[in-house]
Write a protein that binds this ligand. Structure first.
Ligand code: 4UV
Length: 529
């Protein structure tokens, strides 16, 4: 029974450099190599061009009056230009908050308001939602758009600058200043702004670099399919690849044929996945038509990939390495990765460098030993500074420096960790966060609903699907379909309720907390029948 240290040796993590200076340090050496290429169109930027454009963009933002600590929201699918605005803002000491582009105008407005953003950038297709959100937020000064859209300022206007206003005197304090502010519901409640400092982000990039897989091949090329707004795509793919001089083939969405064609034609070496895409690779007949011989590694995270799925992908594609990792928005994100060269199907691996883990009893908090299931807690330089304006949620999540993940599992004799369950209420649909508290609050706003609880029910393809238990008001004629439609009109499509069941009462504890375990157990028993 003990605290488990990473089997990797500790590394020095710089705390005197800003994120952008760190990531772009070797861009001059990478020079004319392609940094980012748009998969569908082939539009590309070299490392030299990217470095210059980050500076130009930072300078243009400064001329607008955008200052250190101001917040800029990116509400966009993956595009090569995402990198320019992302590093342009952070480079001048600003904070980027990333928003799921599928969010409705209300969901976007809520995040803009909570994060205190003063600008937002989007694409033409989502411009109307962004403008509606701006109208609800006093602080938003302008809506930028990649390309053009009525009522929005083109992003290209930020690139018509000579770079001379880039602030030379901005003093970034890497351990204090927040570089990115993604949103996560954490172990409970509504989405909260996760404050990741320059140091947190750099630490995780260096911890990943130590792990070695990307830099270990001659001309690494990554697939930029996983969304850059989510910490996995943002850190591992967008920042991690550029740091080591890898090329990123950017895809704005999952289109089966384009996905396979881009891996083949751009000779992608490292493909980052979530389990539903791993399932596609394991099962879909189309996959056989494409060449995967140059792929060195398939890397899966954000939701569990069991042994069967991992074995099925391995047997079909014959890729040298298939590994799984574990991460959270709150840990910048990576805490565990299967060691390079090892095959541990079903495991999320060992703690990465400079990271400790412990497993504690959920009730007593007692330290547990090898093979015993309990809550996973992690400690390391990648653990967030805290939740924005929410000291209570921060104190409930980080205790004595240990971040409580809300995930249940155990470790084996070689310190490989296995996730077996989730203690926290979060639902994961294809790796995306669906916070039940958000859906419950909306359900309670429907006048015919008396009470409600939302849980995730297991699904082979999506991992989990949101299901609501609803208590109708007396004499109400509301139907399951009414409830589903009511919610569908208010949330991003991936948060839609897939099932609704009417019930007489929501099980609650003496203090009024929903007993989700009871509802989950009911589902498990039903599936057994
Ligand atoms: O906050 P979040 O949405 O964050 C993530 C991040 C996942 C990453 C990122 C980079 C990696 O290299 C990597 O391997 C994984 O998903 O959700 C955090 C919660 O997602 C579940 C778990 O419940 C976390 O608390 N989760 C994440 N990875 C796994 C997982 C996994 N491999 N197996 C099971 N659950």
């Amino acid at each position: 029974m003990s605290i488990i240290k990473s089997p990797h040796p500790d590394i020095a993590i710089p705390d005197d450099v800003s994120l952008v200076d760190h990531v772009t340090k070797d861009f001059d050496t990478f020079g004319d190599r392609v940094a980012l290429v748009d998969g569908p169109t082939g539009r590309s930027y070299t490392f030299s061009q990217l470095k210059k454009l980050i500076r130009v963009c930072g300078s243009a933002l400064t001329r607008l009056g955008f200052k250190q600590h101001d917040v800029f929201a990116i509400y966009s699918p993956n595009l090569p230009e995402f990198a320019i605005i992302f590093f342009g803002v952070i480079g001048i000491g600003g904070t980027v908050t990333t928003v799921n582009p599928l969010y409705t105008a209300d969901e976007l407005a809520h995040q803009l308001e909570m994060s205190g953003a003063s600008y937002v950038i989007t694409i033409g297709m989502f411009a109307d939602k962004a403008k509606q959100a701006k109208d609800k937020c006093d602080k938003i000064k302008d809506v930028y758009v990649f390309g053009e859209a009525e009522g929005c300022t083109p992003f290209s206007s930020l690139l018509r600058d000579d770079g001379s206003a880039f602030p030379a005197d901005v003093q970034i304090n890497p351990r204090e200043d927040v570089a990115v502010l993604p949103y996560s519901s954490g172990t409970t409640g509504l989405p909260k702004g996760v404050m990741l400092t320059h140091y947190n982000f750099i630490a995780n990039l260096e911890q990943m670099r130590q792990d070695g897989s990307i830099a270990a091949v001659a001309n690494p090329s990554l697939l930029g399919l996983l969304p850059f707004f989510h910490i996995y795509g943002m850190s591992v793919i967008l920042a991690g690849s550029l740091l080591v001089g890898a090329n990123v083939v950017v895809l704005p969405k999952f289109d089966q044929e384009l996905f396979l064609k881009c891996i083949q034609d751009y000779k992608v070496t490292h493909v980052h996945l979530v389990p539903p895409i791993a399932l596609f690779l394991a099962k879909h007949p189309m996959v056989d038509k494409y060449d995967f011989s140059h792929v060195q590694e398939l890397f899966c995270g954000a939701a569990p990939m069991g042994k069967e799925l991992s074995d099925a992908v391995r047997n079909r594609l014959n890729v040298p390495s298939i590994r799984q990792g574990f991460g959270m928005t709150e840990t910048s994100p990576v805490t565990h990765v299967v060691k390079m060269g090892e095959s541990k199907p079903g495991s999320v691996g060992v703690p990465i460098g400079n990271t400790e883990m412990k497993v504690v009893d959920v009730e007593s908090g007692k330290l547990l030993g090898e093979g015993e299931d309990g809550e996973l807690c992690v400690r390391g330089p990648q653990v967030m500074k805290g939740y924005l304006n929410n000291p209570e949620a921060t104190a409930n999540t980080i205790k004595d420096g240990w971040l409580h993940t809300g995930d249940i599992g155990h470790y084996d004799s070689e310190c490989n960790f296995y996730v077996v369950d989730r203690l926290k209420e979060l639902i994961k649909y294809k790796g995306y966060q669906v916070p039940p508290a958000e859906l419950e609050a909306l359900l309670l706003s429907e006048p015919r609903v008396q009470d409600a609880a939302v849980i995730g029910v297991p699904d082979l393809e999506a991992g989990e699907l949101p299901k609501a238990y609803v208590v109708k008001k007396a004499d109400s004629d509301v139907t399951e379909e009414d409830i589903k439609q009511f919610i569908a009109g208010k949330v991003a499509p991936y948060k839609k309720l897939r099932f609704v069941e009417f019930t007489d009462q929501i099980p609650k504890s003496a203090s009024g907390k929903i007993l989700r375990r009871v509802l989950k157990q009911k589902e498990v028993e039903r599936q057994k029948k």
